[in-house]
Write a protein that binds this ligand. Structure first.
Ligand code: ADP
Length: 490
């Protein structure tokens, strides 16, 4: 990852706190590994505990079996413990004693140890393999108890069983123990294997996760690389789309769409600057050329007056253009917020009509207010009048002398709708959508001859957007044009 990762922030309490930088792929690998390490530790511990438990269950089972067998043998031999050198066969024959002795000798150190103690803990009898050792007796245990102990320093599992006489009193205890050394070694080995394998597994996991995370976030690297390469001059760069239609695919698509919009906006800005400078250059060149010609030789006063008036007209056009450009810039940058209040539509219309009356009179165009437009709308009064003035002056500009313009208001559901209809040249259908674009003129020659720059309607559209007024236009060539303003509900 690049330097951009150095600015990583972490939400901490109410504010943003800087944390030491760690690349996204390392962080993903780290969190994944920590979680897995925790789970693995729990699983390993559970396995160890279970194996431990199973081992003891088996030992206890074996001890239970040994106790049963020993008691059975004792019963068979009339309460005597036979088969061990230190035991005396009470009721058995000498042959039987020999047989048990042979069997007892076979018992090596790994077989069970048997010992009988009296109620005071004094050893009564014990198996040969115990030799000099004794099994631990615990007088506190009244019932059958299984516990761990040691014989000659080796671990054993032991059971202590009270031997109850006919009166129901425990006058002796049978203690049997089995060696646990080999089981303990296995348990210890298992524990060691787990302890050694745990960090190894975690390390391998971290390396693998880091590699996988790196692969998964490669499209992000491409986003960063593309964005870094992007300059105003190379806005046509796009992020290659990943194959899988996942979140990264959506991210790439969203960023590419953003780049499209940016490129569009830059293109429009470039076009706007080019158009604006072109429009300003023309009257400037005209004025300069006229003055250049004028100073070359003396001329009569009428000629001077005519040329100066011509220059003044051009300068006035320039001033109008600059005014419109400034207005657009102000509204485009949203530095001028609309001051929305309740406005009586008829008042705005009357005030606009009184301002453009002269223009209409020059062409003997009558402006008719149909059904006495009335109604209150939510708008910025100055902005609304500017919109109406632009639309009405266009209607006058593009209508033949002697025609009429009708203004009407009506209600459409909760909206007040104001229509301005003229009977002029009209606008071809395919150009209707473009008339709101900056510097767009349907008929260049006619429009510039009437003094238009193609900015009036783009200002109207901007003002309408700012006040949430809907604007639409319908037109028929050589029949007329109707502009419709739909005001937001009050
Ligand atoms: P201009 O200042 O050139 O009139 P506008 O932005 O006001 O610029 O209008 C853009 C174009 O839309 C004009 O050049 C004109 O061709 C066309 N237009 C606008 N209003 C009308 C209308 N009422 N009748 C016919 N054409 C119109």
């Amino acid at each position: 990852m690049t330097g951009s990762t150095n600015n990583k922030h972490e939400r901490h309490g109410a504010g943003w706190k800087r944390i030491p930088s760690m690349s996204l792929r390392n962080r993903m690998a780290f969190y994944y590994t920590v979680t897995t390490a925790f789970l693995l530790a729990v699983v390993f511990a559970a396995i160890l505990l279970m194996v431990d438990r199973i081992v003891y269950i088996h030992f206890d089972e074996e001890l239970r079996h040994e106790v049963a067998e020993t008691l059975e043998e004792a019963h068979v031999k009339g309460q005597a413990f036979v088969g061990f050198e230190s035991f005396r066969c009470i009721d058995g024959t000498e042959e039987e004693l020999d047989e048990y002795k042979q069997r007892g000798k076979k018992k090596d150190a790994d077989s069970e140890f048997i010992q009988v103690v009296d109620s005071t803990g004094q050893m009564v009898r014990k198996s040969v393999n115990l030799s000099r050792n004794l099994l631990t007796f615990n007088p506190a245990y009244s019932g059958v108890r299984y516990f761990n102990s040691f014989v000659a320093g080796e671990p054993v599992r032991q059971v202590q069983v009270p031997l109850v006489n006919s009166k129901g009193i425990a006058d002796a205890y049978l203690i049997i123990a089995v060696p646990m050394k080999s089981a303990m070694i296995i348990l210890l080995d298992l524990q060691n294997i787990m302890l050694v394998s745990f960090p190894a597994v975690i390390l391998i996991l971290f390396i693998l996760t880091r590699a996988i995370a790196g692969r998964s976030i490669r499209p992000i690297e491409e986003v960063i690389a593309t964005a870094e390469k992007m300059t105003q001059a190379s806005l046509d760069q796009r992020i290659p789309m990943p194959h899988n239609q996942d979140e990264l695919y959506r991210l790439s698509a969203t960023i590419n769409a953003l780049f499209d919009r940016l490129q569009d906006a830059f293109q429009r800005e470039k076009q706007f600057t080019a158009d604006a400078s072109h429009e300003l250059k023309t009257p400037l060149a005209v004025v300069k050329g006229t003055l250049d010609v004028l100073v070359r030789k003396p001329r009569d006063i009428v000629h001077y007056e005519d040329r100066i008036r011509y220059c003044l007209d051009e300068l006035n056009r320039m001033a109008r253009l600059i005014d419109q450009l400034l207005m657009l810039a102000r509204y485009e940058n949203d530095t001028k917020n609309p001051n929305i209040v309740k406005v009586e539509i008829s008042e705005s219309l009357h005030s606009v009509i009184s301002r453009i009356e002269l223009l209409a009179l020059e062409k003997q165009i009558s402006i008719r207010l149909e059904n006495t437009p009335s109604g209150t709308v939510a708008a910025d009064p100055a902005m609304l009048e500017m919109m109406l003035e632009n639309i009405l002056s266009n209607a006058i500009k593009y209508s033949p002398a002697g025609s009429s313009i009708e203004i009407a208001t009506s209600r459409r559901a909760v909206h007040l709708v104001c229509t301005i209809t003229d009977h002029g040249v009209g606008i071809p259908e395919e150009k209707l959508q473009k008339i709101f674009d900056r510097f767009y003129r349907v008929d260049e020659s006619r429009s510039s001859s009437t003094g238009g720059f193609g900015l009036g309607l783009s200002i109207v559209r901007k003002l309408a957007d700012l006040q949430h007024i809907g604007i639409s236009v319908s037109s028929t060539r050589n029949t007329g044009t109707t502009f419709e303003l739909t005001f937001p509900a009050l």
